[in-house]
Each structure stands twice: as structure tokens, then as C-alpha cells.
Design a protein around this ligand. Structure first.
Ligand SMILES: *Cc1c(COP(=O)(O)O)cnc(C)c1O
Length: 344
């Protein structure tokens, strides 16, 4: 597949902004090229526009060469850039698989790009035949969220593989929750499919939602397009430093994930014993989708107890459901104590 044949003409013609720090690549001591303030504040210099050190470290952990990595101001930036690169407003479409993460549609709406919805099947798996038969040359991007938010399940690996192979446009697999999943990441499919982009984030397992740092992994063509469209210094210096520090302490991330998985199992067991809990869906993420008799009432009851969960009862296929993020042991205990008292 020729990626450039999918790109908007104005993006193909774009001459990207060339910053002072991207024009000079050698070694120097005296920097009089960027109109910076010369007095040291720790932040008086512009950051590396391509975040090279950070990508080297991510590369080691993920086993993916740095040239296949893009970093964005949250995954949300990568979502927005991909839509702006590939989708001609008023002409092209994205495909999403509801119920799913809300940002794909919001980003498309902002860009005046149509959104085609192909709901998940009742088992929360993608309808591969429907997706392929309903896509054409204007279906530029398919957003797959696996493990999916809000249903919590990972999609079958074969289905992701089939879609990456047969979809006529770009296939984005959003793996924000992959660190909590027993299923393999789609990263291993990257070498086969130049139309595949995989997103991960520092916002969940890494405990850095406040940092705003998202990763996209893709072939060189897509990475090069992302780099030419992004704001020159999209990842600020403090973010680059904080992420480097987190990456040096990988075992911390692993132990958080272990603890969250343990807590998740405990919470699943406790919730199952509650009479008004009708169903706890299987999860590959750090949250549980739980079907209850009266979701709105339960949601408000918990708010009165100063406990916030997400009411997803109006999302398609999620009637009656609330979404509960797994917290620390003491937070989950407080939730469970409140839930046990509810309805008594
Ligand atoms: C939380 C989440 C993200 C993370 O987005 P950031 O912008 O990186 O914080 C991405 N995708 C999904 C599906 C999420 O639930």
C-alpha cells in the first residue's frame, strides 16, 4: 500500500516549518541561533523538536527502532494529527466502532470529517465483515481501541491482523490499556503493514496523565508525515525530562500494574457478590464495566458519598452500565463499603 496516495494533497505539498534547532544538527557551545534568552533558567533553551534521547529510551523498552516512534502531547495529539493528515474535510471519513473512546469523533467533528459508526457485536468484538464491506476510498482511517474503552475487553488478535491487512486506509490501534492486558500488543504487526499505527500512552500504566505524553508507533512514511505536521516543539522540556526519569524506573511501572491487577481481581470478586450487580464484563484494562439494576441512582448515591465513577449507561451496548477505575486498595475498599451499604 502506498501511504502517500492516502494523504491530503495540501499535506503532501507542505513545506514544514524548519526550526533553528532542526536546521543545525552538529555540536556547538555557543547558541545564538534561536533568539533565546542566554541566561540559565533550566528552561531557557528550546527543547529537542524530535525528542531523540527520549525516543532512544522508549526504543529500548518497546524493542522498536526510534525512527518508528512519534511522540505527541497526549495520544489526543496523534489522533488529531492523523485525521488532519489523511482526511479531507467534507469528503473523507473515519470509521469508529462504538461504544468506544470519545476523542476520535470529537477530533473528526472539529475537522469537519464525517464519522462512520460500525457498532461492535454483542460480544464487544469488531464486526470485521461489516467494516470491510462498508469501507471505500474515502474511509481513510479506522480507529480500533484495544483493550477497548469503555467495554474493557481486548479485540481478538486475528481480527486486528485481518483489519490491518485488508482495510483500504490507515488502521490505528489505540493501546492505551495494553499494559493491563494478557493479549499481545499489535506492535509485532508493524513490520508487515505500512498502513498500521499503534498508539500507547504515559497516562495510564506509567502514572503520568498530568504530563500529557502519548506514543505512536508506525512505519517510516506515517512517522515522517506526523513529524512534518506537528507543532515544532510539541513536547516541552519538562515533559521530556520527567518521561526519561520514569523510563529509568521501569520496575515502578511494573509494580503499579501488578498491584492494580490484584486489586482488580479483588474488586471483581466483591462486586459479584452484590445482589443488584447483574454483570461484570471481562476486562483487559484498569477498569471494570459493571451492569447494575439502576445505574443513574447508583451513580448519584456514590457521588453523595464523594466517590466518582463513570456513568456509561447511555452508551450503545452499555445499557445499565457504570465504569469503575481500579484504584488503590483503600480507595477500592471505600467504594466497596459504600456499594455494600447501597440498597440496604
Ligand atoms: C485514556 C485513554 C487515552 C490516553 O490519552 P492521552 O491523551 O494519552 O492521555 C487514549 N486512548 C484511550 C482509549 C484512553 O482511554
Amino acid at each position: 500500500m502506498n501511504i502517500n496516495s492516502l494523504v491530503r494533497p495540501n499535506i503532501l505539498d507542505l513545506k514544514p516549518y524548519s526550526s533553528a534547532r532542526s536546521e543545525f544538527k552538529g555540536v556547538a557551545d555557543v547558541f545564538l541561533d534561536a533568539n533565546e534568552n542566554p541566561f540559565e533558567t533550566g528552561l531557557n533553551r528550546y527543547p529537542d523538536p524530535l525528542q531523540r534521547r527520549l525516543k532512544e529510551e522508549i526504543s529500548k523498552i518497546k524493542g522498536i527502532a526510534a525512527e518508528h516512534i512519534f511522540l505527541g502531547n497526549g495520544s489526543d495529539e496523534a489522533i488529531d494529527l492523523l485525521i488532519r493528515i489523511f482526511c479531507e474535510p467534507g469528503l473523507d471519513r473515519i470509521i469508529i466502532l462504538p461504544p468506544t473512546y470519545g476523542m476520535y469523533k470529537v477530533s473528526a467533528d472539529i475537522s469537519n470529517v464525517a464519522v462512520q459508526e460500525i457498532p461492535l457485536k454483542s460480544d464487544f468484538q469488531p464486526d470485521v465483515d461489516a467494516i470491510l464491506s462498508q469501507s471505500d476510498e474515502h474511509s481513510k482511517i479506522l480507529f480500533i481501541c484495544s483493550p477497548n474503552n469503555p467495554t474493557g475487553n481486548a479485540f481478538k488478535f486475528d481480527k486486528i491482523n485481518d483489519l490491518a491487512r485488508d482495510f483500504p486506509g490507515i488502521v490505528v490501534v489505540d493501546e492505551a490499556y495494553i499494559d493491563f492486558s494478557t493479549q499481545n500488543s499489535a506492535l509485532e504487526l508493524l513490520p508487515q503493514y505500512p498502513n498500521l499505527a499503534i498508539m500507547q500512552t504515559f497516562s495510564k500504566a506509567w502514572g503520568l496523565a498530568g504530563l500529557r505524553l502519548g506514543m505512536a508507533f508506525a512505519g517510516k512514511a506515517i512517522i515522517s508525515l506526523l513529524n512534518s505536521v506537528k507543532p515544532p516543539y510539541n513536547i516541552n522540556q519538562l515533559t521530556q525530562q520527567a518521561a526519561l526519569k520514569a523510563l529509568q524506573n521501569y520496575s515502578q511501572q511494573e509494580s503499579w500494574v501488578q498491584s492494580i491487577l490484584q486489586q482488580r481481581a479483588i474488586l471483581q470478586q466483591q462486586l459479584a457478590a452484590l445482589e443488584y450487580v447483574e454483570r461484570i464484563y471481562p476486562t483487559d484494562a484498569n477498569f471494570l464495566l459493571v451492569k447494575v439494576a439502576k445505574p443513574n441512582e447508583l451513580y448519584r448515591y456514590l457521588i453523595d458519598r464523594k466517590i466518582i465513577v463513570r456513568n456509561r449507561s447511555k452508551a450503545p451496548l452499555c445499557e445499565g452500565c457504570i465504569r469503575i477505575t481500579v484504584g488503590r486498595a483503600e480507595e477500592n475498599q471505600r467504594l466497596f463499603a459504600a456499594l455494600a451499604e447501597y440498597g440496604c
